[in-house]
Design a binder for this molecule. Structure first.
Ligand code: NAD
Ligand code: 6OD
Length: 486
């Protein structure tokens, strides 16, 4: 039974009140450990430690020295790969083969990527003609923004947390992280790696707890936090935005999605089916970029739906450490309850259930887990809740379309604007349609193909700002202009 503590000022500490909450295995419902719950005292201690660290040796490191520290963090994650893997899979229930190929390697890569990206982060300079002298040179310098509050979700806990911590540290900031209450373990484990990599105490801090009236809210409301970066639900983003208004703190938000998949009849059918199955069911549909609305050109609609059904029915539900498992449970019973409400509403609203639609029978101890069947529906109207609201489960609704214009309008008919996946072998069409979609990222003949140099984020209710490459470095620095008359 594990006990997860806060990591403040380079040390693991329990809550002053000794208040704790229970974590459960999503696959069985069994208790797997307890996590200390932070309150005002812990947030105060972490923010003070983070502020003090900015006055210490961290701010005096040369570029090469900081780059070396970031590489050592990446190496430290890789050196303890199996420990991170078991902790992440234990908290989330995601199959080991997924986390070992995506979550843990990408978390290490976040640090090595931003270590190198920093080296190419150019400043601007301008010459101004002045009549009375040789002119003036203006140049910019970028400084750390200060103490960054990082609030992260449970679906890819270490990957999404380090996606923000790595550039924040690369730019010389200190951080206070509030990981999701569902998945506290890997953020805590990273503390040890930070110490071993030579990160000075107070640069990386973790306080556990919940959102409202708990560590999450206290962090965002703390006046000495200079900027807040958040990944999670749109409604949580709205609350955090209100907190950040006090003190006009900067924010960067990666929020929810209701992402369209668009399949043209001229697609490569095998690739489109395989890619769509991934985009709907990977991570049990708990990815902000998951396809939940699928539009298939009428000429191939029936065949595509049959092939999707076959693929969904071949998914193997099971424990994360079982080698054959391809689909894990949802994160929690609470989340399962929410997903099952949508499964019920789909039937009430007249959906045709192509496959799934309920709760699978799981053997032995797995019977207590947060399982749902991978599910495909057709036949719902465009204003159905299933088509409009983010479900965050292993499911999608499939609808036929007849023309490019029609599918563009359907895809854009949403308050979200995060991602889209488009399948067509007609390159001109792919470019033409992609550019008309109101999303932060449109993948063509692929999905979740990540290049960390590119801007990542969403429009409309899916977020504010972009992170990735130079966009992250811009968010985590404060720009100063210096004008020198020559
Ligand atoms: P969530 O918003 O419930 O929680 C995210 C984090 O915010 C958690 O650490 C939580 O404790 C904290 N939190 C909750 N209320 C808070 C408050 N009032 N003040 C401060 N912190 C608070 O989201 P979740 O359920 O963990 O994650 C699922 C959601 O995240 C989905 O909507 C998904 O689309 C979204 N998401 C988006 C992206 C993206 O890149 N756009 C990535 C992953 C997840
Ligand atoms: O790959 C990334 O950098 C990223 N931010 C992915 C987000 C996944 C959402 O669930």
């Amino acid at each position: 039974m594990r006990e997860v503590k806060h990591f403040i000022g380079g040390k693991y500490v329990g809550s002053v009140s000794d208040r704790r909450f229970v974590n459960r295995d999503p696959a069985t419902g069994a208790k797997i450990g307890e996590t200390h719950e932070g309150g005002h005292e812990e947030i105060e201690a972490a923010v003070s430690a983070a502020r003090a660290a900015l006055r210490g040796p961290w701010s005096r490191l040369s570029l090469d020295e900081r780059t070396a520290v970031l590489h050592r963090i990446a190496d430290g994650i890789n050196a303890r790969f199996d420990e991170f893997l078991d902790a992440e899979c234990g908290d989330t229930g995601k199959p080991k083969q997924v986390a070992s190929q995506i979550d843990i390697p990408r978390s290490a890569a976040n640090f090595s990527f931003f270590a190198e990206a920093l080296k190419g982060f150019a400043a601007e300079s301008f010459m101004l003609d002045t009549k009375d002298s040789a002119g003036a040179l203006s140049y910019t310098v970028r400084k750390p923004k200060g103490v960054i509050g990082v609030i992260s979700p449970w679906n890819m806990p270490l990957l999404l947390m380090t996606w923000k911590v790595a550039p924040a540290l690369a730019c010389g900031n200190s951080v206070v992280v509030k990981p999701s209450e569902e998945t506290p373990t890997t953020a805590a484990l990273l503390g040890d790696v930070m110490n071993a990599a030579g990160v000075p105490p107070g640069v990386y801090n973790v306080v556990h707890g919940f959102g409202p009236d708990s560590a999450g809210a206290f962090l965002t409301e703390h006046p000495d936090v200079d900027a807040i970066t958040f990944t999670g639900e749109t409604s949580t983003g709205e609350t955090i935005m209100r907190a950040a208004a006090s003190g006009v703190r900067d924010i960067s938000f990666e929020l929810g999605g209701k992402n369209p998949g668009i399949v043209f009849a001229d697609c490569d059918m095998n690739k489109a089916v395989a890619g769509t199955l991934r985009s709907v069911f990977d991570n049990c549909g708990q990815i902000c970029l998951s396809t939940e609305r699928l539009y298939v050109e009428r000429a191939i609609f029936d065949e595509f739906v049959v092939r999707l059904k076959t693929g969904a029915e071949h998914l193997v539900l099971g424990a994360w450490n079982h080698p054959g498992t391809t689909l894990g449970p949802l994160i929690s019973q609470n989340h399962r309850d929410k997903v099952l409400v949508y499964y019920k509403r789909a039937i009430e609203q007249g959906a045709t259930v192509i496959t799934g639609g309920g709760v699978p029978e799981m053997p032995g101890e797995l019977a207590g887990g947060a399982w749902v069947q991978p599910t495909i529906w057709t036949g719902l109207s465009d204003d159905s809740v299933i088509v409009r609201e983010e479900i965050f489960g292993p499911c999608c609704h499939v609808r036929p379309f007849d023309s490019e214009d029609e599918v563009i309008a359907l895809a854009n008919d949403t308050r979200y604007g995060l991602g889209a996946a488009l399948w067509s072998e007609n390159t001109s069409r792919a470019h033409r349609v992609a550019q008309q979609l109101g999303v932060g990222t449109c993948w063509v003949n692929s999905w979740m193909l990540r290049d960390l140099r590119t801007p990542f984020g969403g429009s409309k209710h899916s977020g504010i700002g972009r992170e990735g490459g130079v966009h992250s470095l811009k968010f985590y620095t404060e720009l100063q202009n210096i004008c020198v008359k020559l």
